[in-house]
Ligand binder design. Structure first.
Ligand code: HEC
Ligand code: HEC
Length: 387
């Protein structure tokens, strides 16, 4: 599947690279009189590689040193157990998927401890990290056909719930690759819980049952998940006809937008006299850029933040902070003891904590796009009500 990194391959490639780096020096002296290249071999049908001492590759490999590879300080050959551990496959039909269970509420707890700092509240994403949900998967699935024709129109929403064809990829991805700094650290039950939480955040259902806050996910239920976009990819690579479908699909260039010369015969590949591209391209001419209206600025300074003169601090609070600070999730304006405790360390530190966010639940700037000084004036507004 496209999201899966083949660790086995990665290991063996890097081991080979290390070996060749360390050993290429021996190459010259090993066979000084006659050229070691004996034959050539077609590996992928397109490229011929020299075969040296029965091995493909541009480097001579010293068998003895390769056997003692564990002595090389750069690394060693992985053991069979390590291969087995890394080489997990979780397939849509349930192959590789272990038994286990986890609830949405457990998932939320783990998520808040191990994922929220990167993936945002309820998987909303942000700060360059991918969103795991943007809301109701079934509704937002419809946006996949949106074309972003104008800058202000909504483009397709591509997140797990709306876009991924198979839920097994989510299970697999979380188990193998997340949390980002500590991969492979979650138990199977924890992964079920996190998957349940992500399904809940995407407002999904399983077999007609809403994955609500009390839902407990297990293997049998997991295998009944039907992703809204399960038929959204072509060619269909699943099932016994998968390979055939791929061949048929790629045999016809028209299927993947390739330019064709003979419109009457879309399957013919264009090698010469191809049809003219229709899109107009703006070229950069000489040293200057002339085709843009208005012309592109060559000023390198960052734009100065434009402050609105009629900034409404109450509205900014209601729009950006009230969802936590008025609901009990965070200290409310007017909660004198709470704010006295927070401001005891000095207002500079309070501003800083607010601007940068804290480990204890305050997102940077409350997740808002207020400017620094606007944000500070909202902090003042909260704090002043608590004096
Ligand atoms: C330190 C930051 C960080 C943490 C913590 C983290 N992730 Fe991620 N996550 C990432 C990054 C970065 C990517 C994108 C990786 C890529 O595309 O190569 C990602 C991708 C994902 C994806 C795939 C999203 C997509 O649409 O491609 C899922 C699902 C996911 N993470 C789940 C989790 C879960 C569950 C946890 C908690 C157990 C977690 N992550 C913790 C940084 C993090
Ligand atoms: C997603 C929930 C959430 C939102 C939205 C939010 N806050 Fe907070 N905020 C918290 C929590 C939880 C705390 C208490 C824990 C802490 O201080 O880390 C907090 C603490 C703070 C603090 C004290 C920081 C410190 O530790 O000194 C300030 C100041 C603050 N918020 C200002 C704001 C402002 C202003 C907004 C809106 C622009 C906002 N918050 C939006 C959750 C939120």
């Amino acid at each position: 599947m496209m999201f899966k990194l083949n660790k086995k391959l990665l290991i063996s490639v890097s081991t080979a690279a290390v070996l060749s780096l360390g050993l290429s020096a021996c190459m010259e002296s090993a066979s000084p009189t006659k050229s070691p290249i004996q034959t050539k071999k077609d590996i992928d049908g397109g490229v011929s590689y020299p075969v040296i001492n029965g091995k493909t590759g541009p480097y001579y490999v010293n068998e003895q040193v390769a056997r003692d590879a564990k002595n090389i300080r750069y690394g060693r050959v992985p053991t069979a157990e390590e291969y087995a551990e890394w080489n997990s496959d979780i397939m849509p039909d349930g192959t590789g998927l272990p038994e286990g269970q986890g609830s949405v509420s457990d998932g939320e707890e783990i998520y808040d401890a191990k994922c929220v700092m990167c993936h945002g509240d309820f998987g909303s994403g942000g700060g360059g990290y991918p969103a795991l949900s943007k809301g109701n998967a079934y509704e937002l699935h419809k946006t996949l056909t949106n074309q972003r024709l104008k800058p202000d129109t909504d483009g397709p929403v591509r997140v797990f719930g709306t876009y991924w064809p198979q839920a097994s990829t989510l299970w697999w991805y979380i188990k193998d690759a997340m949390p980002h700094p500590l991969t492979d650290s979650l138990t199977d039950d924890e992964v079920y819980a996190l998957v349940a939480f992500v399904l809940n955040a995407n407002e999904m259902e399983i077999d007609g049952v809403e994955v609500d806050e009390d839902y407990v996910l297990d293997r049998a239920k997991f295998l009944k998940i039907k992703m809204p976009n399960r038929d959204g990819f072509e060619p269909d690579i699943y099932g016994p006809n998968g390979i055939k479908n791929v061949r048929t699909y790629f045999a016809n260039p028209a299927n993947f937008g390739a330019q064709t010369y003979d419109v009457k015969n879309p399957a013919s590949r264009c090698m010469k006299n191809c049809q003219e591209p229709t899109a107009k391209v703006a070229y950069i001419q000489g040293a200057g850029i002339s085709d843009f209206h208005p012309p592109l600025s060559e000023v390198r300074d960052l734009p100065v933040e434009k402050e609105s003169t009629n900034f409404d601090v109450k509205k900014a609070y209601a729009d950006n902070c009230a969802m936590c600070h008025d609901t009990g999730a965070a200290p409310a304006p007017g909660d004198k003891p709470a704010w006295a405790a927070l401001t005891a360390k000095g207002m500079d530190k309070v501003y800083e904590n607010g601007l940068k966010g804290t480990d204890t639940g305050m997102p940077a700037k409350g997740g808002s796009s207020l400017s620094d000084s606007q944000f500070k004036s909202v902090v003042d507004y909260i704090v002043n009500q608590s004096k």
